[in-house]
Every structure is written in C-alpha cells, then in structure tokens.
Design a protein around this ligand. Structure first.
Ligand SMILES: [Zn+2]
Length: 125
C-alpha cells in the first residue's frame, strides 16, 4: 500500500464539478510568505519567503523600540483554481510546471497581489 502522504500530488481543498482549488507549488513559488503587523501602531514588517525568523526578529525589535507587544503574524500561500479537464489532460509531474497560465509571470502577479492585499486593510484604517 502506498504511503498516504505523497509530495507529488497537489493538495486540493475545494473541489467542484468542473474546478479545483489547489496550492501552487514549483520552482520560484514560496511555500509560505510570512509577515507581521503591530496591532498598536499598524506598522508592518517586510514580507519574507519561506522563513519566519526575520519576522520574529522584526517583532522583537519593534517591541524593544516602541513597547508595543501585540502583533498579527501571518503566513500566506499562492493558490490557483484550475478547470478539471485542464488538469486531467496534464501529464504527470509538478503542477506548476505543466499549467499554461501558472508560469513565472502568473506567479509574479500572484506575489504582487498577495503583498498588496496584505497591506490594504491597514492602509484604510
Ligand atoms: Zn507598533
């Protein structure tokens, strides 16, 4: 019996009749984008790919400089919705490598959108 946890098969959270939501994986796609915001003054850390340590260091330094001690730490991921027939027609392999619209330009756009959406709620307050 094969091991139930395969690294090759993408994890899908939501399946519908004709669409599939799945995590974007592949070269150049971070496994997580980490950031933090101070809940007292709304200052935000830079965003860091794949590493939580710089965010933790930013939080400690911000607390030392301001005495602000409450933060919202967050991790974001890239997701994509694909049509099921597109996915079924793809050859076996990493999901980001076979998609026609999941190339570097799309991933870059998703990075920008993700970063922008993280800043929007704090800019409007
Ligand atoms: Zn603060």
């Amino acid at each position: 019996m094969p091991h139930p946890k395969s690294t090759e098969e993408p994890v899908s959270l939501v399946k519908s009749a004709d669409h599939l939501l799945q995590e974007v994986k592949g070269p150049g796609v971070p496994t997580g984008i980490h950031g933090a915001a101070c809940m007292t003054c709304a200052e935000e850390s830079p965003l860091f790919d794949d590493d939580t340590l710089p965010v933790a260091v930013w939080g400690v330094q911000h607390a030392q400089q301001t005495s602000h001690t409450r933060f919202l730490f967050r991790t974001e991921k890239h997701w994509v919705v694909v049509r099921r027939e597109d996915r079924e027609s793809e050859p076996e392999g990493p999901p980001a490598a076979g998609g026609s619209f999941a190339g570097p330009a799309f991933v870059g756009l998703m990075c920008l959108l993700t970063a922008a959406s993280g800043f929007l709620p704090l800019l409007t307050t």
